[in-house]
Design a protein around this ligand. Sequence first.
Ligand code: WQD
Length: 326
Amino acid sequence: MTWLITGGAGYIGAHVVRAMTEAGERAVVYDDLSTGIAGRVPDEVPLVVGSTLDGERVERVLAEHEVTGVVHLAAKKQVGESVELPLHYYRENVEGLRVLLEAVTAAGVPSFVFSSSAAVYGMPDVDLVTEETPCAPMSPYGETKLAGEWLVRATGRATGLATASLRYFNVAGAASPELADVGVFNLIPMVFERLTENLPPRVFGDDYPTPDGSCVRDYIHVVDLAEAHVAAARALRSSPGRDLTLNIGRGEGVSVREMIDHINAITGYDRPPTVTPRRPGDPARVVASADRAATELAWKAKHDVQAMITSAWEGWVRLHPGAARG
Ligand code: WQD
């Protein structure tokens, strides 16, 4: 099979491309390079620069490369920015998906894997979030991912397109330093930045109803996440009408304070954090039940948070050589 991987030059997408090709699948990357980096795409994988909003272009690429499945990761993903620019997020994430699905169904491509997010759940008031936990997104970003799931599922029902929506929890780490996330939008890189600038890491609120008062999340190594895409893609093969919605997490909660302790130990900075007020909109605890993915895909995460932090740090030091200690 040949898989079109939209957003394949992005941080997560490049890991999916790597996992797919290592598993023996053929891949073609489709990316507008707005945040993607061409150098992340291996030489042997074709890179087509284009937007999913350009349906004619997508249709041509699907035909030219004889694409038999799509993994759709191309999207805007910053929660805060989505509050400022909701129309941009709806255009890129919902309209971009709608146009892509039109091209996919017109071309008769049978399988579609969609990159969704735990952001669809909003502030879940449960110990472990299952796929049945009600969705109540708190941001335009989360709304676009939920609307995307609806589009994908409805298209599958109407046309027989086999679909999987993968709800990512907190993605971290890298397969190699060159593939590391270059953005500083999440806890691990934000702590790296503070440490590198000789400032204490910040805990955004320590008065949450959690064991140590800081927020608890389910961190998942991007290599494990990429493997889940391979498993989902294969599960859809020859399964017309299949419709999967799966949490992709480890099912293990780690607090912000615990993460900062691990980061201090791994980087050698050993700098105690400072507590600042809560960041608006942060839920106290978001931890996946990963049971359904285990059952449906025979997939399970293998890497722990230490592996995520260690590999992310190697990527950080590559970009900031002065950061390394000792
Ligand atoms: C994790 C925890 C912060 C920085 C976001 C999106 C979500 C998904 C993943 C895309 C929170 C705390 C952070 C710092 C801190 N994205 N924190 N000090 O908010 O759980 O999830 O990214 O799909 O949709 O919302 O991730 O990494 O920003 O924060 O205390 O310097 O770390 O308050 O509790 P979040 P995050």
